[in-house]
Each structure stands twice: as C-alpha cells, then as structure tokens.
Design a protein around this ligand. Structure first.
Ligand SMILES: [Zn+2]
Length: 276
C-alpha cells in the first residue's frame, strides 16, 4: 500500500470534514482523504460565487436557468483554487442512471453524454459533478492511483450506480475494492428526505433490506439515501468509508437543496482530480 494508505489503516476512518475558505469560496474536504498528497478533492458549497438568487451564489449548473456568464465565472473561481483550468475538467450529463464513463486526457473539456459517474487513472483530468440533494460518492485507490465520482439520487440508487462505479474501477482500471477509499458527500439526509412508500420499495429492489433505509414517523416515510449508498458500497466490497454527515436540506445556507427550494435552485460541485 502507498504511504498514505498505510498511515490510515490503524486510524479512525470517520475523520470529520474540514471546512475551508479561499478567495471567498467555501468548500469541504474529507479529513482522511485530505492527507493524500497526490490528488485534489472538494465538496464545494454555494458560497463564493457571483450568481443571483435563487442560484446564489456559486452555482455550477448550466441547465437550471441561471445566467451562463455567471456560471462560467463560478467555474473559473472554483477550479482555480485547486490549480485546475475549466477546460481540463470532465463532467457527465447526469441522467439518474448507472452508466459509468472511463475518461482520460482526450476527454478533457468535454461533457460525457448520459452517465452518472466518471472514473479515471490519468493525472490532470479533474472530474466535476453537480448536486442538489443527490448523493456524491468519491472513490480513490491509492495504490492503483485511480479515482471515481458518482451521483446517486433514488433512481441512481435503484440502478445501483455505486456498484457500477466500483465495478468500473475494478474491471477497467485494475483497482481492488478492499483498498478503495470511499467518501459520501453532502446530500439530503433521513432527517429531511420524505418519500412515498413506493420509492422505498423501488430502492430496496437494488439494496439489501436494511434498518437504515427508511424510518416511519407519524405515518410519514423518510429515506436514508446516504445509508443506502453505504450499504451498496459495502456490498461492492468497499469498507473504508468516510461519511460527511452533512444534510443539504438542513444546511441550505451552504448547499443547494432541490427539495427544500422546491426545484428552483442551483447546483454545487464535487471535484476530484489526480495531480500531475
Ligand atoms: Zn436534514
């Protein structure tokens, strides 16, 4: 194992999130992963950009109705903090499915059609995905030096995009699940994600029945989407998991929440890139 991986083995794997601010942009990093020195990663917030309400301020979504000039300035601000150019990044056009894109240098500056996860082993190809309640999943094999980022709402959970992304790392890039680190980023939590029973039933078709998936209160059903993702990671052989425990709907001052803001809001970015 690499130095960083070895140093983590006997330590607390639920290190807390680091909240950081640079040039007015607020972002979080996973405490454990922040000690890896060969990659950059961040869960950006909505703080530090130029967009006006209801997209205030660091909206990275091009298709939510915001001014495109503002969205582009937000990208420039966010990416420059990590030493990346906007035209280096690769993003998926997210469709709530389970298709995974394997990308490299030739894909820099592109949007990959119809996929909800990207994997790469190429330094200098940062992956950028966009969120407002769905679960960001970050993956890293420190030995193979490969990364992946996935996007899972309830439809993505039903399609098991998490399992598909781990499988892509293993089968296409030679990673080993038992040395893969996984981070569960800011997402709507079981405190706030009320659903109809049919959504829980649909998700359970792709996930072992688990007490964390839902809870009932006064006739209402709440889905624990990060808990579903954790269960799917474990089923894929990944046990080294850091959970941000940040609920987007509880923290709408810092994150965009599609649910709390009734569908009219921006998207925050989750970024991960191997350094050259
Ligand atoms: Zn909440």
């Amino acid at each position: 194992m690499g130095d960083w991986a070895a140093s983590q083995v006997n330590e607390d794997r639920n290190l807390s999130m680091l909240r950081e601010c640079a040039d007015g942009v607020v972002y979080y990093r996973f405490g454990g992963l922040s000690q890896a020195n060969d990659l950059a990663h961040a869960a950006l917030t909505r703080i530090g950009g130029v967009s006006a309400p209801p997209y205030a301020t660091l909206n990275l979504g091009h298709t939510v109705g915001d001014d495109i000039g503002a969205v582009e300035e937000n990208h420039r601000r966010a990416l420059s903090l990590f030493g990346f150019e906007v035209d280096q990044t690769v993003s998926p056009y997210q469709v709530h499915g389970a298709r995974v894109g394997l990308v490299g240098r030739a894909h820099r500056g592109t949007v990959q059609p119809s996929c909800d996860a990207l994997v790469t082993d190429t330094p200098g190809v940062p992956l950028l995905l966009r969120f407002a309640d769905c679960v960001p999943i970050l993956l890293y094999d420190p030995v193979r030096r490969a990364i992946g980022v996935a996007h899972a709402g309830w439809r993505g959970a039903m399609a098991n995009v998490v399992g598909a992304t781990v499988r892509a790392l293993v089968e296409r890039l030679g990673c080993e699940p038992d040395r893969v680190w996984a981070g569960i980023g800011p997402a709507i939590g079981p405190c706030c994600y009320e659903v109809e029973a049919d959504v829980v039933a649909a998700v359970q078709t792709a996930c072992p029945v688990d007490a964390r998936i839902s809870r009932q209160a006064a006739g209402r059903t709440f889905l624990d989407l990060p808990g579903v993702v954790r269960t799917q990671l474990q089923a894929a052989g990944v046990s080294w998991i850091e959970d941000s425990n940040l609920c987007t709907a509880c923290h709408v001052d810092e994150f965009f929440s599609h649910r709390l803001e009734r569908g009219t809001t921006g998207r925050f970015g989750v970024l991960m890139g191997l350094l050259e």
